[in-house]
Ligand binder design. Structure first.
Ligand code: SF4
Length: 153
């Protein structure tokens, strides 16, 4: 029997709407997928925090801080395939809406940006690491998620 793919699901800065929607998809697909995957990281349903030897990493949200950047780089180092899940991860919007603030608003948030070690701009995943696949939607579309995910199983 072929080895199961080790899968991790990660949330950077966002409302976590894509991973919540993913649990809806899991409601009717997970039992079938569990024959082919081992779900090793998904904080919504598991408390394991080790990021190691992943075949597929699904990442939602934007890179808005040094901490996000370091986490994403660690995920990349430990994953064969990294998929950007949702429009935030693909483009930085909508969660990175501060990128579109006018000068006055940028001035207002300046102190916070420094205090919490935020990056000057919120970044899409591909601005930081190599991305192997993208699943559009806000939240992700069910059909396109299943089609993309099953391609890597
Ligand atoms: S793409 Fe939309 S649903 Fe997904 S994390 Fe971003 S804001 Fe939330």
């Amino acid at each position: 029997m072929p080895q199961k793919k080790r899968v991790g699901i990660f949330s950077l800065t966002c409302d976590e709407g894509c991973s919540i929607y993913l649990t809806e998809i899991f409601n009717h697909k997970l039992i079938e997928w569990l024959e082919k995957i081992e779900l090793v990281y998904f904080l919504s349903i598991k408390d394991r925090t080790e990021i190691k030897d992943l075949d597929i990493a699904l990442v939602e949200g934007v890179v808005t801080s040094e901490k996000d950047k370091e986490e994403l780089e660690e995920i990349r180092r430990n994953s064969k395939i990294l998929i950007a899940m949702g429009t935030c991860a693909m483009t930085s919007l909508p969660s990175g809406q501060r990128n579109n603030f006018d000068e006055e608003k940028q001035e207002e948030i300046k102190e916070h940006v420094g205090k919490y070690h935020f990056l000057p701009k919120a970044l899409a995943l591909k601005d930081v690491v190599q991305v192997d696949g993208e699943i559009p939607g806000c939240p992700i579309g069910e059909g396109i998620f299943i089609e993309c995910f099953e391609r890597y199983l």
